[in-house]
Design a protein around this ligand. Structure first.
Ligand SMILES: [Mn+2]
Length: 396
């Protein structure tokens, strides 16, 4: 490939997420367990002498008087510190020299009185750090005549984005939000590749019209959110409907060959023309031949996938499988945002959260005939920080 070709094919690929660095200070430095007249203190440091004084300090930190305690045993072992050097981990067993004859019991009545006397106050203006406001949407399938058709889907998408911007102001009363992230989760167009092209008759817009709507809706989101935050990120992933080329109705070209992502790349190219206005905006799509992209949102690693890669209900199995791959960023993802299945679904597994958005199109007529369920279109807004997602709300 020539340099010029590389330059003009360049895409805003999502950044690699560096491996989580263990923090010995936080993960484990000192530990104390007190059982009656015996206390076990485990400390880690550069040398045994360091540990000896640290252990005494740990006792003091627990409100115990070191002069009342004597070391009755210890166990020391070496460990590798964060800087690669060898440190010493020591467990001291202390015994209380003089048994405390009478253990003072807390006065229960006073404690209970204190509970009654303290009103529960959670000040709204308490700032505990950076938060990201996530706006996640997908499955507009612009062009399809089902339900209220392209006109209805377009109006709903714009209105939901506008509502999300209003909610941002409301959530700022509760959270310190500096970063807004808009996740485009695929199937933004209906396209003509689905079902071997059998969706063609029911698709009322041309391919370029479908793409134009997608691009301009993304542009609307850019213009809407860019003035409202210090950092705006937008990510898009390829959906099955957005696939640019299928061969004989089946074979694909490369996995990144998608109108769903290309529309966002076009918006990025436009925003690059105005750095004074959009210099704080970042755009991300999966790397060449890839289908997922991750973006850091206030310490939460947010992954994006369309959802045609896993069977319904098997999102965590798929996620676990991806995380097994050593080159995949999925093992570091705290949150997985997905589209495709057209209904709201939120599930947590330990600290990981899966959020599936409803579709923006009003219904799949085929699905309604098959299963009876009408659509419940909308998008999802969420607030996240440091891996947690305390708020998820459907906007419709
Ligand atoms: Mn899909």
């Amino acid at each position: 490939m020539s340099e010029l070709l590389d330059e003009l094919l360049a895409k805003p690929v999502g950044p690699a997420v560096p491996a989580r660095v263990t923090d010995p200070e936080r993960d484990f430095t000192r530990q104390i367990e007190v059982k009656g007249d015996e206390a076990d203190v485990t400390v880690r440091g550069e040398s045994f002498e360091d540990n000896e004084s640290a252990a005494t300090a740990v006792l003091q930190g627990q409100g115990l008087d070191p002069s009342e305690w004597t070391v009755t045993g210890l166990r020391s072992s070496e460990w590798t510190m964060a800087n690669g050097e060898t440190g010493v981990s020591t467990r001291f067993t202390f015994a209380r020299c003089v048994s405390v004859a009478t253990v003072e019991r807390p006065a229960l009545d006073e404690l209970l009185a204190a509970i009654k006397a303290s009103p529960v106050i959670h000040p709204l203006d308490e700032r505990d750090g950076e938060h990201t406001f996530i706006v996640a949407l997908g499955d507009m399938q612009f062009g399809k005549l089902d339900g209220d058709g392209p006109a209805g889907t377009l109006q709903r998408t714009i209105e939901c984005l506008d509502q999300a911007a209003e909610l941002l102001a409301l959530y700022r009363l509760r959270f310190d939000i500096g970063h807004v992230h808009v996740a485009w989760l695929g199937d933004h167009i209906e396209g003509f590749v689905s079902q071997g092209g059998a969706n063609t008759w029911r698709t009322q817009l041309t391919l370029t019209e479908q793409i134009r709507l997608t691009r301009r809706v993304m542009l609307h989101a850019l213009l809407l959110f860019a003035p409202l935050c210090e950092r705006l990120t937008m990510a898009a992933v390829p959906g099955n409907h957005g696939e640019a080329v299928r061969l004989m109705g089946k074979g694909l070209t490369r996995y990144d060959d998608s109108h769903d992502t290309e529309s966002l790349i076009a918006v990025k190219d436009a925003s690059d023309l105005h750095p004074e206005r959009f210099g704080h905006v970042e755009f991300y799509v999966p790397d060449t031949d890839e289908l997922t992209v991750v973006v850091d949102c206030s310490g939460t690693v947010v992954a994006h996938a369309h959802g045609h890669q896993f069977r319904p209900g098997k999102h965590f199995e798929w996620w676990k499988g991806q995380a097994f791959g050593r080159s995949s960023a999925m093992h570091q993802a705290d949150v997985l945002l997905a589209g495709h299945l057209h209904h709201e679904f939120v599930e947590a597994d330990g600290p990981r959260t899966f959020i599936q958005v409803p579709s923006m199109e009003s219904e799949s007529t085929w699905w309604r005939h098959a299963k009876g369920a009408e659509g419940a279109p909308g998008l999802i807004v969420a607030v996240t920080s440091k891996g947690r997602v305390p708020v998820k709300e459907v906007v419709n």
